[in-house]
Design a protein around this ligand. Structure first.
Ligand SMILES: *Cc1c(COP(=O)(O)O)cnc(C)c1O
Length: 245
């Protein structure tokens, strides 16, 4: 695969168009409308110019997973981008992230009370609108530092819901520690949603599922995903490897 393709004019925007089509088809196969599945274009490691190209083609929803990178890129890009933070967030970076990115719309990786609390305080201090959050669940069954255990997700969701400046909007999973996913990961997140909705008394369509990446987003949509995070299929392969977790 030619990694330089994404750097060519128009390549990323064209790739996005084909992703949009595939998402629409997968949504139809699962008896949902395309509007029910959000595409987060994951632009980590990619230059502002390429993000701009995808923006100019009409897309508004982008994801980054390193705080420093997002803090540098966001001010160089239009304010009506809806940024999703999808990386591991250390609590001492929460304030920097919130203060530097006014159009941060979602943090998808809340996996303990401490980080929820730090984000809540940062938003309160800034006086901005509430921050939407996903609770990240470790669905791999393997010991991993990231994501709450499925058995603990109800408690964390309740904690998030009690925070004044956070808006709970759903559950997120990465899948396996190597960033691949299995149908079991998607099924586990689906089951977590049932428990959460029962426990806090909300309908399932008010609890989103963020799952699926480049390699498996169609399957994820067929298994209920409402938010797919797609990087390399839109922007081309990343030039340097994923940060070692
Ligand atoms: C990088 C990343 C993605 C996108 O991965 P691709 O396989 O390039 O689509 C999705 N989710 C998270 C959390 C990521 O870090």
């Amino acid at each position: 695969m030619a990694t330089s393709a994404a750097a060519m004019d128009g390549a990323a925007a064209a790739s996005l168009r084909s992703v949009v089509q595939r998402v629409h088809q997968a949504a139809e196969r699962s008896a949902r409308t395309p509007q029910q599945v959000r595409i987060v274009a994951v632009s980590k490691t990619k230059p502002v110019s390429v993000i701009r190209e995808v923006y100019d083609s009409g897309h508004r929803c982008f994801g980054e997973n390193y705080v420093q990178e997002l803090v540098e890129k966001a001010p160089q890009l239009p304010e009506d981008i809806e940024w999703h933070f999808i990386g591991n967030l250390q609590s001492n970076k929460a304030k920097l992230l919130v203060n530097s990115v006014p159009n941060l719309e979602y943090v998808e990786t809340v996996d303990d009370e401490k980080i929820a609390n730090c984000l809540d305080n940062a938003v309160a201090n800034l006086g901005r609108k509430p921050l939407k959050v996903f609770v990240q669940v470790n669905t791999s069954g393997e010991t991993s530092k990231f994501g709450v255990d499925p058995a603990e997700c109800v408690d964390l969701v309740k904690y998030v819901k009690d925070r004044q400046c956070l808006e709970f909007c759903g559950l997120m999973t990465i899948g396996m520690p190597d960033y691949t996913s299995t149908p079991e990961n998607f099924k586990t997140l689906w089951n977590c949603r049932s428990e959460v909705c029962k426990a806090i008394g909300i309908p399932e369509d008010q609890c989103e599922l963020s799952m699926g990446m480049s390699a498996d987003f169609e399957q994820a949509i067929e298994m209920g995903s409402t938010n797919v995070r797609i990087g390399s299929t839109i922007f081309g392969a990343r030039e340097y490897p994923k940060k070692q977790k």
